[in-house]
Design a protein around this ligand. Sequence first.
Ligand code: M6R
Length: 613
Amino acid sequence: MCGIVGYIGTHKARPILINGLKKLEYRGYDSAGIATIENNNIVCIKNKGRVKELENIDKVNSLGGTIGIAHTRWATHGKPSSTNAHPHLDNSKTFAVVHNGIIENYSELRKFLTDAGYSFLSQTDTEVIPNLIHYYYLKEDEKNTDKLACAVRKATLDLKGSYAISVLCSLEPDKIIVARKDSPLVIGVNDTEKYIASDIPAILEYTNNIYILNDGDLAKLTTDSITFYDNDFKIITKVPEVITWDAKAADKNGYEDFMLKEVYEQPTAIRETIGIRLSHGKKCDFSDINISKEYLSNISSIYIIACGTAMHAGLAVKPIFERLVSVPVIVDIASEFRYREPLINEKTLIICISQSGETADTIAALKNAKAMGCKTIAISNVIGSSITREADFTIYTHAGPEIAVASTKAYTSQITILSLLAIYFAEVLGLEENEMLQNLKNEILELPSKVSIALENTDIIKAFAKRIYKEKDLFFIGRGTDYAAALEASLKLKEISYIHSDAYQSGELKHGPIALIEDDVTVVGIITDRRLVEKSVSNLQEVITRGAKTLVVTNQNIDEKLFTNIVRIPQVHPLLSPVVSIIPLQLLSYYVAKEKGLDVDKPRNLAKSVTVE
Ligand code: M6R
């Protein structure tokens, strides 16, 4: 949930590190720090607050080293403060470490080190790492030419939990050592420059030749070389991946916020995600995953496991899988699934969805399911992310980097790819002549243009946002897939505008929640299923009768006179409708947050990828 950047090369490290931190701020933003080596000394500057504040410190501006590491933090152990910010130094100030992840046995290690004479300044779990490295460094044979890498490896062997670390040492000022376990870390290269990052967008403007470290990997970087070591400290060869994301994709590109840019990128994200998987008159192509007719005919259920918005994408596609594959689909929250004893076995297909591919709960759930004999498919947006290495098969969405904490284009891309997968399964099962399947395929190909149309209709949304931004509570209601979209709309509003909201199945209102409806309460209704129009309209009339003001998002033929605020969206098959109906509601949460003057991209208490429990 924090961000790491590192650099070693021929240029000044400071601007590259600060620039990288700014790109990573979405991963954590309560404090930041930087360390470089100058005249064989580590110069380390840390500050509570945003990267901008760190950048404005005079001492930071005068940093001249060509090697350095930097960090932006989202506090786990110890409150946000300059002392708790990274980099952390050992007692002798010889080693500087930035760390993402959580060291679960840090109390034990603190005790061990305290008994050995070390002391601690911060409340963090991280501070044990530089001191452990120092401890092992002193024990290395003087003649060992790989002292630093060896000491780092020995220190990491003592760590329980997750880590991605970068290490500077003033006694070996020409090197950076990096290592990872259960937390992402990549190295970018071009000619004599080497870049380190916890997330590819931080370094994409310098290079797209990226080495992705695996769990247990350690690397030693100098200006001339990189040496990779595996878990057993054996030297290994790695081949860089060529990342096709455009560096501009990690910029705002003229938009006021990343979230708004990403909302408007949805037609492209969906088109790219459909990619070569489907074209007119053809069958869906998922030949890269090895799922046979025999296997599919024998499964007894599908579990879709994820967190947050990704879980809402799972809820949105449950009906299409059930309709087309004819097995029960259970959508489960990863943090719950991992601590239950779910009724799963080799006849259960597991689909885990994670935009970042780094969500700790989702990865743990996938590992549990795999251990119980299930086949696992990961849906992710990030090439080489941790979940992709754990799953039996990976299917990528191609939404491009999603920077804003609030997930938007990942959600619609996830629903798109999963709907295609459901159709593919039906085709594998021999239902390719089914008329509904043909309709759905045609409709999927039309989703990018329908989303574009939905994005044009912003006037009512902006005006409604102005009316409601001071409210304390809101309700979203819908039936079927409209309820799935309502849940996502409610989450979006909560996370970026800090307004409490709940989502209900429209038919459930009268079983309790309607007691909360009184004069001027806001209820947003979604109506996209022709079969349910009358019932949904009645549910909304029930709340209007009790004084509620309403906003209705619909593609049905609903009488203008019934509602004051109607947002019209294009017609779309109800099984796919969340892809289109969520668009005005993403914009509603965005404009409400803007009216409140909030930082849309970096909402309080949240981080983009949740790599801790
Ligand atoms: O990277 P993931 O898709 O695994 O992330 C899951 C959730 O943490 C994420 O969707 C979260 O709910 C977003 N902030 C929602 O906008």
